[in-house]
Design a binder for this molecule. Structure first.
Ligand code: BEZ
Ligand code: FE
Length: 287
């Protein structure tokens, strides 16, 4: 098709892609082009702005390495990761609500026995006992469910960001017992800023946005015959719950860290409900 007006362009691109044999790819790309062209028509970027947009995309790729996934981070601070999660698993009051995976989940967390601590070096901070259960929507325990846990330290850094922490510190993989129960020891996590040394940080500064996430612990819970649950439990008493830079906080995911009677320990209860479905393990954002 020979183009003689900008209005012809969208149709020309759609026609060029129309023979894509994979129907889902055809549908997704047609929608992408429609929305992207509508965006360009609305924004009317100058040539310089178009170059800046391309530089941003190049920059998030180049800033991605073994310690940090800037592309995932960009999707997170734009609310896209949380939106995909909620579209795929709307809140239904039964299964546990989802929360974004984030850029720091790693495969092969150390296998742990019930009650083990995931603190693998001396860490200053309040000791925390996390306990809970994994059940199906009918309340039946899911024995043998796997609970993969990861969190930031009390100074707000994941082990992959911090040379002072040993490999796999504050990460662990637990197995629910016959009653679907699990428990482990850790330290109370702190809220933290997402990495701001790359193009995402430049964007946040340009938008006068703070980079903080409220304190939370990540969980990925899996069991054969059940849909994988990726979620986070947030500490209450946090002033940043309403302005999480990644838009991940949902009411049912906010939990109380209770002081344990007669001890210097806090206790957090995290009960999970998994619906029937397929176990899908996400692609790890970092190795
Ligand atoms: C996290 O919770 O680990 C996280 C999520 C999004 C961006 C950065 C960190
Ligand atoms: Fe996190």
């Amino acid at each position: 098709m020979i183009i003689d007006h900008q209005a012809d362009l969208t149709l020309a691109v759609e026609l060029a892609m129309a023979r894509t044999p994979d129907p889902r790819l055809r549908e997704v790309m047609a929608a992408l082009v429609r929305h992207a062209h509508a965006f360009v028509r609305e924004v009317r970027p100058t040539d310089e702005e178009f170059e800046r947009g391309i530089d941003f995309l190049i920059g998030i790729g180049q800033a991605t390495d073994e310690k940090k996934n800037e592309v995932v981070l960009a999707a997170d601070v734009l609310g896209i990761s949380s939106l995909v999660g909620l579209l795929n698993k709307p809140l239904d009051g039964v299964r546990t609500a989802p929360a974004l995976l984030g850029p720091f989940w790693r495969r092969n967390a150390p296998e742990c026995a019930p009650g083990d601590s995931i603190v693998r070096c001396a860490v200053e901070g309040e000791r925390l006992l996390v306990r809970g259960s994994v059940r199906d929507p009918a309340g039946r325990p899911i024995a043998g469910a796997r609970i993969d846990v990861w969190q930031a330290s009390p100074v707000g850094l994941y082990e992959n960001q911090d040379d002072g922490q040993p490999e796999m510190n504050l990460r662990g993989l637990f197995t629910a017992d016959a009653a679907g129960a699990y428990h482990f020891e850790t330290v109370r996590p702190a809220g933290y800023p997402v990495p701001t040394d790359g193009p995402v940080g430049d964007l946040l500064r340009a938008q006068r946005r703070h980079p903080y996430r409220p304190a939370h612990i990540h969980f990925m819970v899996t069991a054969p015959g059940h849909a994988t649950l990726v979620t986070q439990i947030f500490a209450d008493e946090q002033d940043r719950l309403e302005t999480d830079v990644t838009f991940g906080v949902l009411e049912p995911l906010v939990a109380r860290f209770e002081p344990k009677e007669g001890g210097n320990l806090q206790v957090l209860r995290c009960d999970f409900v998994l619906e029937a479905g397929e176990t899908r393990i996400p692609k790890a954002p970092i190795p």
